[in-house]
Design a protein around this ligand. Structure first.
Ligand code: NAP
Length: 304
């Protein structure tokens, strides 16, 4: 295969992200071999029916010795166990990577379980609130960022190959320090999820507003929070526990800003509210200008 950065990728975890990688490899690097494994028998059966990979193994070691790239696509809390399971079966020169939403905890697990291997943590900043092998699609990574977090000792040629892999799948690659990644994602992704989970939880616990009213009038902003709050419970449990320090730091900042807003409302400081809302509107405009979201009303959401 000419020009392809790897010959054979093994994907462990065939949910939204793993199945999207499998589909994207099939579409954009058709000569690359793919093998897959998932802990769930039901998911393995679905993956076979969907023909996601050339080979779906019945244990994580199946076919691993052939793979020159291994990508862990399991919840962050499961990474260490999976690494321990696969470590004895890896090809010595294979590149081990992952897609976890937080990086410091995964790096610690990789250092502990596969110290002799080249490991390059990565995080494609792309996803939906859905999970499972049916939810994936090949264009998920198109125009999205993939953040790679090697340390100073990582083989730069291997980083280059992994970056090339993600670029072929359509992503723009950025390299970042793992701790910085965890701080940035705490504010751009983890905190918004926590807020959405809280708002939806609060609304469903109210005594004076019925659950059916919350659902009936949801278009008034609540509905967009429910989309985020529908995200996979296991994945997000693991994200908050694994990125605890950075999330708590951002939560502290958020609480202080919320108190300031509370005070502005109490003392009717309309100019303070207007100044903040004008700044936040500009951020939304910049996200659209950078092609990271749809400017269409309703976020371009389809209504079929
Ligand atoms: P998902 O759809 O729930 O898929 C995860 C899959 O891993 C499930 O099929 C799960 O099986 C399987 N699994 C769990 N433990 C396993 C183990 N020990 N060995 C093998 N397979 C195992 O989740 P996802 O959204 O693809 O997320 C996967 C990873 O991508 C997570 O680390 C997440 O942080 C990261 N990520 C997610 C997004 C997003 O928006 N969803 C974006 C970027 C990165 P069961 O269902 O049976 O548990």
């Amino acid at each position: 295969m000419s020009g392809a950065p790897f010959q054979h990728v093994a994907i462990i975890g065939l949910g939204l992200i793993g199945s999207s990688i499998a589909r994207a490899v099939r579409e954009y690097i058709p000569d690359m071999r793919t093998s897959g494994f998932d802990a769930s028998e039901e998911t393995r059966a679905k993956a076979k029916a969907l023909k996601l990979c050339d080979h779906i193994g019945s244990n994580p070691a199946d076919g691993l010795d052939q793979a020159d790239l291994v990508i862990l696509c399991v919840p962050v809390g499961a990474m260490e166990q999976v690494l321990a399971d696969i470590a004895p079966h890896l090809a010595t020169d294979a590149v081990i990577s992952d897609v976890g939403s937080c990086k410091s905890s995964v790096i610690a697990a990789m250092r502990a379980k596969v110290p002799g291997h080249i490991f390059i943590p990565a995080h494609p900043v792309a996803g939906t609130e859905k999970s499972g092998p049916d939810a994936g699609f090949s264009s998920l990574f198109q125009g999205r960022w993939c953040i790679v977090t090697p340390d100073a000792n990582t083989d730069s040629a291997a980083v280059e190959r992994l970056s090339r892999f993600w670029q072929v799948l359509g992503a723009d690659v950025e390299t970042m320090d793992a701790a910085h990644h965890d701080m940035v994602l705490a504010v751009t992704s983890h905190l918004p999820h926590l807020i959405a989970y809280t708002i939806v939880g609060t609304a469903s616990d109210l005594e004076d507003v019925t659950q059916s009213e919350v659902i009936k009038y949801s278009a008034g902003g609540f509905r967009d929070f429910t989309r985020i709050a529908a995200s996979d419970p296991i994945m997000w449990r693991d994200v908050f526990l694994s990125n605890k320090e950075a999330v708590l730091e951002m939560l502290q900042r958020f609480s202080e800003d919320l108190s300031a807003l509370q005070r502005a409302i109490r003392w009717e400081k309309g100019d303070e509210l207007e100044e903040l809302f004008t700044r936040t509107r500009a951020i939304r405009r910049e996200i659209i200008e950078e092609g990271q979201d749809d400017a269409a009303p309703d976020f371009g959401r389809s209504h079929e």
